[in-house]
Design a protein around this ligand. Structure first.
Ligand code: PLP
Length: 446
């Protein structure tokens, strides 16, 4: 059958990202998708699955959106591809840059386009370092990142990532990146006295010296680290710290951006204006590859005063078809009130998760902002006792959900960590969200 053929071709010819390669080669793909519409994906056997994490937290408008497809088609039959190198421009790229500038807070008004989140973060690091060079700082290069932050897999983004298995993969290094032993809610070094734990970052700055540090990078809400919402005041405290020491703040909005958390951007929950903002994923709802770095006017002005070559750029920086889809995606988000809808659905999801916390003693720590949600599984959540390492609690629950037609995501990359993430598309109907919660309930019971 076709399924057997594709499976055998896959095992031989495809190396899958973020997958156990031995298992993959032995068993072949778990699911082969053949169709998708709304919040559903269909596999080859005709089974239907609810996309409970919008694939990689990116398919925010859901699957099969014909308006997005048409925007790509219309642009492709007009100017499918044109470069933005050497001063060339095209309409959708310019219009999308202006649209993004109108949505981002403060004077974040200029965009450098990329094809995804990793490229955006590497670009933000390079532009931050370049800015400081232009200001006469020859050693301001270090980027400080947080434990459990996820920033991608290109060499610098990988080193900024605070999840060991990614950070250490292949032994690559960018010597100018320091991953703090600091998390949003805990601190393994330095000053632990500050209630918002920003003291951890302060102690690193004081140790290295501010003239060696270019930027601090944070996700407004950590995603792949297990959905961690910072304590109130945290982001503002980090912003103040960066101002105090003349350091850039980079907000990695790759997951949070474009409505995922019930506001346009994650930083909007705390009224913080970063110096650089990395965007990707939700900008096109995953229909086509696109990312970018948005920067403040002061930074843009420094670059536009530089009379040399800005020797950085990707073939697909400002891809016209991708930008046309981005524009249409934002138009639909605004026209259909989908960010407000994500916020409201989040309230329903929060109620559901609190109910599950009440019902199951091993469920705790539920956290929800818009449609970005997670919860912990613990042997005894009252006493904060994790499951033994041999108990794969989050993987088991996610597998039970899979058996019941719901795709969600486990996180267990640290000993004792058992987190489950839920992040459905914004177009999820109330009764579909109810169904998601019911399946999670049954999976926990199982
Ligand atoms: N930053 C964050 C917060 C992410 O969640 C991701 C991907 O999951 C990335 C960066 C990397 O983006 P990409 O996979 O598009 O390179």
């Amino acid at each position: 059958s076709l399924a057997i053929e594709l499976s055998s071709l896959d095992r031989r010819h495809l190396l899958h990202p973020s997958t156990n390669p031995k298992l993959q080669a032995e068993t072949g793909p778990k699911l082969i998708f053949t169709g998708a519409e709304g919040i559903y994906l269909h596999d080859m056997s005709g089974q239907k699955y609810i996309d409970g994490v919008s694939m990689l937290w990116n398919v925010n408008l859901g699957h099969g959106n014909k308006e997005l497809a048409k925007a790509a088609y219309d642009q492709m039959v007009n100017v499918a591809y044109a470069s933005s190198f050497y001063g060339y421009a095209n309409e959708p790229t310019v219009r999308l840059a202006e649209k993004i500038a109108s949505l981002t807070p403060g004077d974040l008004n200029t965009v450098f386009f990329t094809s995804g989140g990793s490229e955006s973060n590497d670009t933000a690091f390079k532009l931050s370092r370049f800015y400081w060079q232009l200001q006469g700082y020859t050693e301001k290069r270090t980027i400080i990142s947080l434990k459990r932050g996820y920033h991608g897999v290109t060499v610098s983004a990988q080193r900024a990532t605070g999840i060991e298995v990614y950070r250490e993969f292949s032994g690559s290094t960018d010597p100018d990146i320091v991953n703090a032993k600091a998390h949003l809610t805990e601190c393994e070094l330095g000053d632990r006295s500050h209630p918002e734990y920003e003291g951890c970052i302060r102690s690193i700055i004081e140790k290295l010296g501010k003239d060696k540090i270019a930027a601090v990078i944070v996700e407004p809400i950590q995603g792949a680290g297990g959905v961690h919402i910072p304590p109130e005041g945290y982001l503002q405290a980090v912003r103040k710290l960066c101002d105090e020491f003349n350091i850039h703040l980079i907000a990695d909005e790759v997951i949070c951006g474009f409505g995922r958390t019930g506001k346009m951007f994650g930083v909007d929950h705390w009224d913080v204006v970063p110096d650089f903002m990395s965007i990707a994923k939700g900008i096109t709802s995953g229909y086509i590859q696109l990312g970018g770095v948005v920067m403040r006017e002061k930074i843009r002005d420094a670059f536009t005063s530089y009379d040399g070559m800005l020797a950085h750029g990707f073939t697909y920086s400002g891809h016209p078809a991708a930008c046309a889809v981005g524009l249409k995606n934002i138009e639909i988000l605004e026209r259909d009130g989908l960010i407000e809808k994500a916020r409201k659905l989040g309230e329903q999801l929060e109620k559901g998760l609190l109910y599950l916390e009440d019902k199951y003693e091993f469920v705790s720590g539920s956290r929800v902002k818009g449609l970005l949600a997670g919860f912990d599984l613990m042997k005894d959540s009252d006493k904060n006792i994790p499951f033994e390492e041999s108990v794969k609690a989050s993987v088991s629950v996610v597998d039970e959900a899979y058996q019941r037609g719901l795709l969600i995501r486990p996180f267990d990359f640290e000993p004792g960590m058992n987190i489950v993430a839920i992040a459905p598309p914004f177009i999820t109907a109330d009764n579909e969200l109810e169904r998601i919660i019911n399946i999670v309930d049954d999976s926990l019971a199982a």
